[in-house]
Design a binder for this molecule. Structure first.
Ligand SMILES: NC(=O)c1ccc[n+]([C@@H]2O[C@H](COP(=O)([O-])OP(=O)(O)OC[C@H]3O[C@@H](n4cnc5c(N)ncnc54)[C@H](O)[C@@H]3O)[C@@H](O)[C@H]2O)c1
Length: 249
């Protein structure tokens, strides 16, 4: 049990990577507040059982983010772990001049502003209890350019810099802050995944993935467990690719 007695808050908990993180954190002994805008966090928390508590939150709204942090403290008395994971792609396969201004604002708000707000509201709680661990879900596309996905990629690159700089701010306060950079992962973000947790046999793989397969939600969750656990006690400010070798190629 690598997260025994830890209290965690996970956003985007209703689907995909966030759901898998909630499940694995609970299996490792944590109590988990599952936050999402969709309503699906209720089913995710119910399936996990007593160790999970669902909260409705729009991570672009400071009031909602403050409330989800408060909910973790009220329910479980403290907050040790935050995973800023909620995200959207916005327009896919659209060259930059076809990207809509409102869509740009939405992608930046959901993917980047949310991470700022999450850390801003959670860090005071962690400082009060002597430390904590934060993981921000960035993307392999924050490390390398991605054709047709410029706004999303830019928001994720900014998440990586927010992570690194914040890690320096709190390195001496026992708050570790790291990012995970998933590659192509089979989740609700894949429009044709239709609720399946794994791709059916024979599903096409995107080109240039050295492992020639999709990543699975639980493979990203495993990296999150490592980064928030004491096993990573000397790790802060990194952006860890979990991508089947994509950014190494
Ligand atoms: N799936 C991939 O290939 C991939 C690759 C790289 C990075 N990521 C990142 O992983 C993270 C999780 O995505 P996923 O793949 O599990 O997708 P997903 O669509 O399965 O899950 C995303 C979740 O975020 C929630 N969400 C969206 N907007 C929100 C808001 N304003 N407030 C609260 N919750 C909100 C959704 O309701 C959903 O439950 C995202 O940040 C995404 O950018 C995914």
């Amino acid at each position: 049990m690598r997260l025994n007695d830890k209290v965690a808050l996970v956003t985007g908990a209703g689907s995909g990577i966030g759901r898998a993180i909630c499940e694995l954190f609970a299996a490792e002994g944590a109590r988990v507040v599952c936050a999402d805008i969709s309503g699906a966090q209720v089913d995710v928390a119910a399936a996990i059982g007593k160790a999970a508590y669902p909260v409705h939150a729009d991570v672009t709204q400071s009031r909602d983010v403050a409330a989800m942090v408060a909910a973790a403290q009220e329910r479980y008395g403290r907050l040790d772990i935050l995973v800023n994971n909620a995200g959207i792609t916005g327009a896919i396969d659209a060259p930059l001049h076809e990207q809509d201004e409102d869509a740009f604002d939405l992608v930046v708000n959901v993917n980047l502003r949310s991470v700022f707000l999450g850390m801003k509201h959670a860090i005071p709680a962690m400082l009060r209890t002597g430390g904590g661990a934060i993981v921000n879900t960035a993307s392999a596309s924050g490390l390398v350019g991605w054709k047709g996905l410029s706004c999303y990629s830019a928001s994720k690159a900014a998440v990586i810099q927010l992570t690194k700089s914040a890690a320096l701010d709190y390195a001496k306060d026992r708050i570790r802050i790291n990012a995970i950079c998933p590659g192509t992962t089979w989740t609700g973000m894949v429009p044709w995944s239709e609720g399946l947790r794994e791709p059916p046999e024979g599903t096409a793989v995107l080109p240039n993935i050295p492992m020639e397969r999709w990543g699975l939600d639980r493979e990203i969750a495993s990296a999150a467990v490592y980064l928030v656990s004491d096993e990573a006690s000397y790790v802060t400010g990194i952006a860890m690719p979990v991508d089947g070798g994509y950014v190494a190629a």
